[in-house]
Design a protein. Structure first.
Length: 380
């Protein structure tokens, strides 16, 4: 049986990418540091993916097992030598931590096999696989790098499926929204994987997704948090917030239409479809999950700052994006490490310096001034 090694047995790992490979006839070995999940995968060898609908249709996902990369590094290396795909869904900031082990696996693999291995990071981050590759390459000899030519491939991808934090502690089953899209950038001919869409140029896909799904979600989450709401659907029930989301997505939409020559009407229909997905009442998707890691989300290439910068450069409106950035700066959820760090930074240095440090925005630039205007208004 063909093998895929997937790093991150969490929501997207089990509920999306691992499930698609299993449905495509692969054995999926999940790699994770969460011992309980790994043990359960090895005992049960299957789990259910349930759709967030009124009837909760479910699919059994079988041919799965697990390895703990902290305790079973040698087994992970061995598994890399025999896999056809290596995928990740662990969070962009974790990629450097798994790179040394993947490098060990690749070093061994190219000595004993000419078979092709496709590596795809499935994270909410532009160029996530390129980032992973850079970290892996730091741990490779020149000889291994040469031997990888024509055998080891790295493809960027965009992943879109809302998988909330699961409310079934102790179970491997995963509740997911029915919709999904997985787009992989390559001109190679790949083995056929259910649900994997191949494109020659990913930029329009990942930017359209990141600056619509993730920007919209972030606006709801940060405004919802400030309004004391618990979930995304409950926040969107507030008409003023729904209006704010639409206005923000019109700004990112104007940039996307301008940049990628998208059809304006079709893009408006895409925005509408995304907003309907956010309203799913069966997901119970918490605002603090979607708002998580605000420093990452305020990064220069991420869902709020990049579209604002690009809109500014193109002479387009960005005031609603500036408001979303301001709301993110006010996310002071005490169970989120990055939120705590962000608040401490703001207290110590002030908003303008923080925006320069984490978002790459000029301290006295127009965008920063616009953000500060909204920040002061929201704070009061
Ligand atoms: N949940 C969602 O709806 C979506 C998430 N994404 C992206 O997918 C990625 C994963 O997100 P989720 O599945 O929601 O997160 P998650 O927290 O459910 O899963 C992450 C998994 O990675 C594991 N992990 C952490 N550090 C590790 C390490 N050093 N080695 C091995 N495993 C490690 C964790 O134990 C956890 O099981 C993120 O980049 C996220 O932005 C993308 C689209 C949708
Ligand atoms: O997973 P991240 O990057 O922390 O952000 C949460 C976002 O990602 C998703 O999990 C899926 O795209 C969305 O639910 C949300 O927009």
């Amino acid at each position: 049986m063909k093998e895929v090694l997937h790093f991150g047995a969490g929501n997207i790992g089990r509920g999306f990418i691992g499930a698609l490979f299993s449905e495509s006839g692969y054995h999926v070995t999940f790699v994770d540091i969460a011992d309980e999940i790994i043990q359960q995968l090895n005992e049960q060898k299957s789990y259910q993916v349930k759709l967030a609908t009124s009837t909760q249709e479910s699919t059994a996902i079988s041919n799965v097992s697990g390895l703990n990369n902290l305790k079973q590094a040698d087994e992970v290396v061995e598994a890399i030598t025999g896999a056809e795909f290596l995928t990740t869904a662990i969070g962009p900031t974790i990629l450097p931590r798994i790179a040394p082990l993947i490098a060990r696996g690749l070093t061994k693999r190219v000595e004993q096999s000419d078979a092709k291995l496709y590596i795809i990071a499935c994270e909410n981050q532009i160029g996530a696989t390129d980032i992973l590759k850079q970290h892996i390459v730091e741990h490779l000899s020149e000889d291994t790098k040469q031997k990888m030519e024509g055998k080891i491939y790295f493809f960027n991808s965009a992943v879109d499926r809302i998988v909330p934090i699961q409310e079934n502690k102790g179970s491997l089953d995963v509740l997911v929204e029915p919709y999904y899209e997985w787009v992989v950038e390559t001109t190679e001919t790949l083995p056929s994987i259910t649900g994997m869409k191949i494109v020659a140029e990913l930029a329009p896909y990942i930017e359209r997704k990141l600056f619509t799904v993730n920007t919209g979600h972030a606006v709801i989450a940060y405004l919802g948090y400030l309004a004391g709401k618990s979930t995304i659907d409950k926040t969107l029930a507030d008409e003023s917030i729904e209006t704010q989301v639409r206005q923000t997505l019109n700004e990112t939409g104007d940039y996307l239409v301008h940049q990628y020559r998208l059809n304006h009407e079709e893009h408006l229909a895409y925005i509408q479809k995304i907003i309907e997905r956010f309203k799913n009442p069966y997901l119970h998707d918490g605002v603090t999950r979607v708002a998580r890691a605000p420093i990452r989300k305020l990064g220069p290439e991420d869902r709020l700052v990049r579209p604002a910068v690009e809109a500014h450069k193109a002479g387009l409106a960005y005031t609603n994006l500036a408001k979303a950035i301001a709301a993110a700066l006010l996310f002071n959820f005490e169970e989120d490490e990055e939120a705590i760090k962000l608040q401490a930074m703001i207290q110590e240095k002030g908003v303008a310096t923080v925006l320069q440090e984490i978002s790459g925005l000029e301290e006295n630039g127009e965008i920063t001034r616009e953000v500060i205007k909204h920040y002061e208004a929201l704070k009061n």
